[in-house]
Ligand binder design. Sequence first.
Ligand code: ADP
Length: 391
Amino acid sequence: MWLSLFILALAAAVAIHFWWRAKFNAQQGQRTAEMENFQRRQQQTSVDAKAQQQVLFNSMLEGLLLLDRHRKIYLANRAFKNLFGLKTELRGKTVLEALRFHELDDLVNQVEAKGQVLNYELKLPDLSERWLQVNAAAIFDSAGEREGTILVFHDLTRLKQLERTREEFVANVSHELRTPLSLIKGYVETLLDGARNNPEVAERFLKIIERNTQRLDLLIQDLLTISALESERIKVDLQPVNLRTLVEKVFSDLKLRAENKQTKLLVELPELIATADANRIDQVLANLVDNAIKYGRANGKVIVGGKKTDDGKIEVFVQDDGPGIPPEALDRVFERFYRVDKARSRDQGGTGLGLSIVKHIVQAHGGEVWVRSEPGKGATFFFTLPAEVAN
Ligand code: ADP
């Protein structure tokens, strides 16, 4: 009886043991699976965060370079690689190994020493005349340990070009204003010193003074026009404009000038109606015809013609039979103050701004302007305008 009871109790204990083990194993298995799941989720989150970071860095307009504590590249975003024209993997290289650019390496040294360098202007070592602004700082972890360096690169090229254009413009304007002013000053002083007592000399000097005041007036008018056009303060008032009528008006305004040089003015323009600002196009035609007379040959002819193009625009040309424009100057004549022959232009009362004004006005109409010329065979200026919209 005791023996059978003992065996029963033993069997029960063994059964309980196996049941517990099975249950424990099942729980253990579940816990391991949960652990693995958790780890997988963690890894996925970290991969997602890295990918997001990468997308963010690559979408930045600024170039970004991150260096680790050993001054090796940890990250270089797309904009940075584009700025420096790099295609290879940079990770793990030093700045000098990756770029072979000593000034940038020196900058990294400066950040190392000072903790940060702000608004550093860097000219790229190639021939592209590109400028970058660099802001750089050391990075520290939460324990205050140096973790690396961050450098942010901003492309300054456009700003530098604008700055240079502005400086050149100011220098040109001052020069253009100074020339007639110093002439006026000189002749006034000579008159005051006694020349006024000789009526013949006085008359001649006063004429020179008058010519130079007119020149100043013209220059200031052109400067005001160009500044208004460039700041887009002038809005074009688009109306149907009969171009033939406009050309005839411009010819009649410039008749005297043409007669003085015995230049024939000819219209070869069919009835064309453009959508344009009549006053502004008057200015364009007047500048081009005036140039054609000025730079054309004596006893020559100036023709204004045009047509409707296949793509529905109106193309107008102003042609002369003068000495023309040398090939190397063709692209430049529309620049402010550019002249092929400075002395000749000034002698003729030119400001060097006429074609630049023409270009601005035509562009404000959505048109284009260009010139063709073969030296010795005259010059032809073309411009396009939108045609009148048919109702
Ligand atoms: P400017 O006041 O000097 O005439 P523009 O801007 O009107 O200034 O013209 C710029 C330069 O382009 C002129 O100085 C001249 O050298 C050249 N140019 C313009 N039109 C002609 C032309 N029809 N034939 C030859 N050269 C021209």
